[in-house]
Design a protein around this ligand. Structure first.
Ligand SMILES: [Zn+2]
Length: 607
């Protein structure tokens, strides 16, 4: 009786409390979530800044035999891992997300991010995480500490690239190409170890494998991502087949050789055959010539001025004080990583870039690209975007911004406007637009089979299918043959590890498709800017000084990852992700190439 009475008494109270508490309990959930997120963010930013500083030192000052940086980087990574992967943080985020509907959209997104981060370092398996960090650090040391040699003398990767771009003698080319692959075997065991450790680590938080884990940040499964990439590759395949046929004939003539079915890798102006644009010089548009007369400092300043002309701020002082922008001086007792990158050191205002700028077209484009990342950081570092969401709408957007500005900076009217190309008064002096288009296609279109297929399939098979180590090199060259139409100069057995010669395979694993998607996005964005904002031919625009273009770009960059990337794309351009704009851009070239290739045999299959 007593019990029943108690229940009766309690019931109305409980009912009324649950009724009137809907709002307060939402508020309570949100307050609780905010308390957790505030404290998480404070600690996360501290650790992030420490890890960035340590990694920055590891990349900009590599001293053989000195492990100070390695020890510091490892310690910082371990501290970061211990925090982001901590059992307390995983449990807290899961508990708060159990009431997802009670949270604000931004809170839910941040908590999702906390869990995504935890999967890289779950402290439910602390020994595994520690082993992975040690293996990662060891691999990066080997990667950047490697001494390339050619004819017994030390060379840099810039030297090798120069030879592959300019040298006509095939024996010299072969020696340079082979030199670039010497590093592979030194990375093979480390990559095998990392594959296992990366997979096991994310499996502890329920992901199938490391590749699927990385793909998940697009809100997609591995199958969906591969299907999207296949579609893009297929859309561009007819054009790529024409380019492949055309270049086989061009190169055979250049080197006075029979026409090959697959292009020997050392014939191409790039270590992996990912960019063939170095093969075409456009008369009347020789940027290399004009740039050789400029200083490397001019290249960086010019890129900054372009962004400022669109209405963006000047670069912060810290950028010039702390970046590492030029090659290590000859004879220096240290080395640096020559691969360009941009850094958001503390998720606030410490912005830096690591480059080795030289006065040529490649670095001219690269300075615009890297500053694209820096301006993206500057845009989303604002009070409306919490530090945990200071990222691109997806990883490809970040790349797309930089690449878009690189493309814009290479267009004739732009180059003329900044005095790099002479003004055209006479029609006959004008650079041939078809040659310009060809040069662009040899960069952008040629990159698609490499990025959507060779790299992506290899990494997918490496992680998701656990491709046995004694098949790596064979598979690598099968993919290169089928998708890129390239063959190694001679038999490459399993003692080589040619995939590992690509930086990203080692230290940006499972996300190379970002670059493919970024190219597709950049053409969608460029098409929109040219036709809807500038009302100019997409092949010959001049963004310089256009504040309306700057506003459009800023509106995409400012929200960071706090908005859905698909909605953003639809909202800004009116279409979904598609290579249509890219195919249309190169349509005149397709017709031209079909004409050139009349009577020639295509030696790679359609997809
Ligand atoms: Zn980039």
């Amino acid at each position: 009786m007593k019990y029943a009475a108690f229940l009766l008494l309690l019931w109305p109270a409980a009912a009324s409390s649950s009724c009137s508490s809907t709002a307060p309990s939402r508020a309570a959930s949100q307050a609780e979530a905010q308390t957790f997120l505030d404290s998480y963010t404070t600690r996360y930013q501290q650790l992030y800044a420490e890890a960035s500083e340590a990694e920055w030192a590891s990349n900009t000052r590599i001293v053989e035999g000195d492990d100070t940086n390695a020890v510091r980087t490892r310690a910082a990574s371990e501290a970061m891992a211990a925090f982001t992967g901590s059992v307390e943080n995983i449990e807290a985020a899961r508990a708060l997300l159990a009431e997802r509907d009670a949270l604000t959209h931004l809170q839910a997104l941040q908590l999702d991010y906390v869990l995504y981060n935890a999967a890289a370092n779950p402290q439910t398996v602390p020994e595994l995480v520690k082993a992975r960090i040690a293996a990662d650090t060891a691999q990066v040391e080997k990667l950047y500490g490697f001494t390339y040699t050619l004819d017994g003398a030390e060379v840099s990767t810039n030297d090798i690239d120069d030879i592959l771009r300019d040298e006509k003698d095939l024996a010299r080319r072969l020696a340079a190409w082979e030199s670039s692959k010497e590093i592979g075997p030194t990375l093979r065991e480390g990559l095998g170890k990392l594959r296992g450790l990366r997979n096991e680590t994310v499996r502890a938080l329920g992901y199938d494998d490391y590749f699927s884990y990385k793909v998940s940040s697009y809100g997609m499964t591995t199958e969906e991502m591969v299907a999207s990439l296949d579609r893009i590759n297929r859309e561009l395949r007819p054009l790529f087949r024409e380019l492949h046929t055309w270049i086989r004939h061009e190169l055979a003539q250049r080197y006075d050789q029979p026409i090959p079915e697959l292009i020997p890798a050392h014939w191409l102006p790039n270590r992996w055959g990912q960019d063939w644009s170095g093969l075409v010089e456009v008369e009347g548009f020789d940027l290399d010539g004009a740039l050789a007369a400029k200083s490397p400092e001019w290249l960086v300043k010019q890129a900054e001025e372009f962004y400022m002309s669109l209405g963006f701020d000047s670069l912060p002082k810290v950028f010039y004080e702390k970046s590492s922008l030029y090659p290590a001086p000859t004879g220096a007792s240290w080395k640096k990583n020559n691969h360009a990158s941009a850094w958001h050191m503390d998720l606030e205002n410490d912005l830096r870039s690591l480059m080795s700028v030289q006065s040529n077209t490649e670095w001219y484009e690269t300075t615009h690209h890297e500053l694209g990342h820096i301006y993206y950081y500057m845009c989303y570092t604002n009070p409306d975007v919490p530090p945990l969401l200071r990222e691109g709408a997806n990883r490809a957007y970040h790349e797309a911004m930089g690449s878009l500005m690189g493309l814009a900076a290479m267009q004739p009217r732009f180059a003329q406007a900044i005095g790099l190309a002479p003004p055209t008064t006479d029609e006959t002096e004008k650079a041939d637009p078809m040659q310009l288009l060809l040069k662009e296609a040899l960069n952008y279109v040629v990159f698609i089979p490499w990025s959507t297929a060779t790299m992506t399939y290899f990494e997918k098979e490496l992680y998701a299918d656990e491709l046995p180590q004694d098949q790596w090199n064979k598979r690598w060259w099968e993919l290169a043959a089928r998708f890129q139409g390239i063959a190694p100069p001679s038999e490459r057995d399993e003692s080589w590890c040619d995939a590992a010669t690509k930086t990203h395979i080692n230290n940006d694993p499972g996300e190379y498709y970002d670059y493919a998607l970024s190219f597709v996005l950049l053409f969608q964005l460029h098409d929109h800017i040219a036709t809807e904002i500038l009302h100019e031919d997409p092949h010959d625009t001049n963004y310089f000084g256009r504040k309306d273009v700057g506003e459009f770009l800023a509106s995409i960059m400012t929200p960071g990852v706090s908005v859905d990337w698909r909605e953003m794309l639809r909202d800004k351009t009116g279409s979904d992700l598609s290579a249509k704009a890219m195919v249309e851009y190169f349509a005149p070239l397709q017709t031209w190439l079909e004409e050139q290739n009349r009577g020639r045999t295509h030696t790679i299959a359609p997809l």
